[in-house]
Write a protein that binds this ligand. Structure first.
Ligand code: CAA
Length: 387
């Protein structure tokens, strides 16, 4: 029985920051951001956008039949909006899914989206008549003028998992490594992540090396068996660094092909920034929609990394007719139609946030953009609305 991704969608806020302008404002060389880090623009989430509004928007491809058949909705996130109630329930409500459904949230830093995808695969193996909705949604915040500021971002990727998937069949070949380390985390008193920047990049590479090496031993496959590799992209240069460690195993022509596919996988991330749980899948979507040289039957390798840390390497096979499941023109429009914010306005938007406290809060309607918004918090209950 084939199980995999039948449909995929993405969402990102309607506002962005130009990173050359940010570099100038911070006194950095623009090339450090655009080449050294590999980012051009950054999504800016007003307080009216959170993992619920973005997650629900990313799943706008669902048909009435899908809504009836979804027996599991699982949100992978590290930007939780409540310590108890799952964001999946708010999304379940906004999307008007069937009540006969499990709804939950899952957490392990940027690995949460992959954990959710693997849970969905297992769920479908046990319940092949149903479908599972996986949402990876996050708002990456490090703080104004912080070391990680250039790698912030916001958005969500939604994936519908089913039998006979029309896009990608997940292979049962995962190699996963876990180990408790302190490279990146977020204490409960703050919405800003803490990162040991350089150490975190070293750990990312070490987890990639470990899982990729073991994967080859366990499966007997090597890099020549892959049409392309996709990486978790906290910023695009990070994925490039990982790819470069694998390339010496193949000849120059294969290296060039892998680099070209990787370049296609970076295009959406370069304009959005880090989606944490969604970054790997945003890269996958970018590659599928913009590459143009992949074909049915191709094996794609995926490396997921969540600080703290869990790393997983697995693969998926492109299905016949996969092109018809993609929406490159709509996604191009989504990115092109965003409003650019000057640095001062970005800073004001960044600082206006739902308070950690019991007071009512009203989001600034100047930044309301659909399809879903958080209008505010009343009596400690979040208020959502479809525009
Ligand atoms: N032209 C071209 N390149 C330039 C340049 C210029 N003028 N100036 C600097 N650079 C290059 C540097 O040489 C460097 O390249 P290499 O990494 O290839 O050596 C690159 O720009 C970055 O420069 P620095 O290392 O000096 O940058 P920094 O000290 O400001 O820190 C960072 C970079 C550590 C990534 C920081 O942005 C950060 O802490 N980010 C958040 C943490 C993160 O994303 N970690 C990734 C792994 S953890 C993970 O993956 C989970 C997750 O999602 C967070």
């Amino acid at each position: 029985m084939k199980i995999g991704i039948d449909q995929i969608g993405m969402a990102t806020p309607a506002f962005y920051l130009d990173l050359i302008e940010l570099a100038q404002a911070r006194g950095d060389e623009p090339e450090k951001y655009t080449i050294g880090i590999g980012q051009d623009q950054q999504a800016v989430a007003p307080s009216s956008q959170d993992i619920v509004t973005l997650g629900a928007s990313a799943a706008n491809f669902l048909s009435a039949t899908d809504r009836e058949q979804i027996g599991l909705i699982v949100v992978g996130t590290e930007t939780g909006i409540d310590a108890s109630k799952a964001s999946a329930l708010y999304i379940h409500d906004l999307l008007e899914l069937s009540p006969w459904c499990r709804a939950l949230e899952i957490k392990e830093a940027c690995y949460g989206g992959t954990a959710a995808l693997m849970m969905a695969r297992d769920f479908i193996a046990a319940h092949p008549q149903q479908k599972a909705l996986v949402i990876a949604a996050d708002i990456a915040r490090y703080g104004l003028a912080s070391g990680g500021e250039v790698t912030q971002g916001a958005g969500a990727v939604a994936m519908l998992v089913s039998t006979s998937p029309r896009l990608l069949a997940l292979q049962d070949d995962s190699v996963v490594k876990s180990g408790s380390i302190m490279d990146f985390w977020r204490p409960q008193y703050t919405d800003l992540a803490l990162a040991k920047g350089k150490y975190s990049t070293e750990q990312y590479l070490a987890f990639f090396q470990a899982t990729w090496t073991r994967y080859q031993v366990e499966t007997g496959l090597d890099l020549n068996d892959f049409a392309a590799l996709c990486f978790h992209l906290p910023y695009t240069k990070m994925g490039l660094k990982a790819l470069r460690t694998a390339l010496p195993a193949v000849d120059e022509a294969k290296q060039a092909a892998l680099k070209a596919h990787f370049e296609a996988s970076c295009q959406y991330s370069r304009r959005i920034g880090n989606l944490y749980t969604g970054s790997l899948y945003l890269g996958l979507l970018s590659m599928l929609e913009l590459d143009g040289h992949l074909q049915a039957g191709d094996r794609i390798g995926l490396f997921s990394y969540g600080s703290g840390a869990v790393g997983e390497f697995f693969s998926a096979e492109l299905q016949p007719g996969f092109e018809q499941q993609l929406h490159a023109v709509a996604h191009q429009h989504l990115l092109d139609s965003r409003q650019r914010l000057a640095v001062a306005e970005y800073e004001a938007v960044f600082t206006d946030k739902v308070p950690y406290g019991p007071k009512d809060y009203q989001a600034n309607s100047k930044y309301f953009a659909g399809p879903f918004v958080l209008t505010g918090v009343t009596d400690q209950e979040r208020q959502y609305q479809r525009l």
